[in-house]
Ligand binder design. Sequence first.
Ligand code: BG6
Ligand code: MG
Length: 219
Amino acid sequence: MKIQAFILDLDGVLTNTSEYHFQAWQRIAEEEHIPFGRQENERLRGVSRRRSLEILLGDALPRYSEAQLQAMMDRKNAVYQKMLEQITPDDFLPGASELLDGLRARGLKIAIGSASKNTRLVLDRLGILDAFDGIADGNSVAHSKPAPDIFLHAAALLDTPPASCVVVEDAESGITAALAAKMFAVGIGPQARVGKAHLRYDSTAQLDLEDVLTTFERL
Ligand code: BG6
Ligand code: MG
């Protein structure tokens, strides 16, 4: 099997929106008097908006009506979208733009595989809405990460067998999803979070494309 395509997560891989997600949830947690810090936030990384809220509320979840839950998700998203207004084409994480260039130069197909319903908005702010052969986002599938559906959908958009796809992910839920899709998983972040990936780098800037390609071919 040869690598034909890369499926890239967005938040935390190409741009630092994962920090904005955290700050927006923190705002909601404060309003609801729920303790919520960076440690708790690790469990929210990569998962859908609704699942994030369920995790954040924890045991308190049954106390809220569906209308209240919806209102909290809407509030969080409004805060988050306000933060997105700051994003410009200068807001790639270090190495992200070079990664896209390197993939293109090697003739590989590129898709986005993100749980976010704001994916197109973020890509537009970064000026790369047209840079992909496929966009699989929070509107594409019913079952979010850690289910494999989003990556399988991306592979279908690219007309590429899953076994020829590489996923780049910063979330534990995303690595689980990639492995469940039988794809080669590249983790971005600490061992404790993405250590189950086939390969791991501390940051997008550290990702070595040649290393990924040769490791994949050796498997
Ligand atoms: C993922 C983020 O990409 O998208 C999560 O890592 C976020 O933190 C999820 O909750 C859903 O995003 P949105 O924009 O649909 O609320
Ligand atoms: Mg992410």
